[in-house]
Design a protein around this ligand. Structure first.
Ligand SMILES: [Zn+2]
Length: 117
């Protein structure tokens, strides 16, 4: 299906951009020794994970129905959307508006940030 091909291509570009951004930020962070940029790299890494989840789920959802999944594989996109929503909640930790409190991830980010500033 053309529409699905299109979705897969866009998801693939998102992963490419994520890899590039994360790579650059890690490199600059390490070269400059800036913990601020390294914590920014952690943000990009989480975005990259979200992009990967999207890419994988869009590819799986394209598969035709089989014996285990007689209604097809489209529902995986709903599951991946849920996973990404949870990732965004974890990521919003540093804004102090996260509804899930101080997760380990958020606490780690605070730790890094407090050294950077
Ligand atoms: Zn299946």
């Amino acid at each position: 299906m053309k529409n699905t091909r299109h979705k897969i291509r866009i998801a693939f570009y998102s992963v490419l951009v994520g890899v590039t951004l994360t790579g650059i930020k890690i490199a600059v962070g390490l070269l400059s020794g800036s913990l601020g940029i390294l914590s920014e790299a952690l943000h990009s890494l989480l975005d990259l994970v979200a992009a990967l989840i999207t890419f994988i789920s869009v590819r799986i959802s394209e598969k035709p129905p089989d014996e285990q999944h007689p209604y097809g594989h489209g529902k995986i996109e709903n599951l991946s959307a849920l996973a990404e929503a949870l990732l965004l909640l974890a990521r919003s930790e540093d804004d102090q508006f996260s509804p899930i409190g101080a997760s380990r991830l958020g606490a780690g980010h605070y730790f890094v940030s407090s050294f950077a500033t």
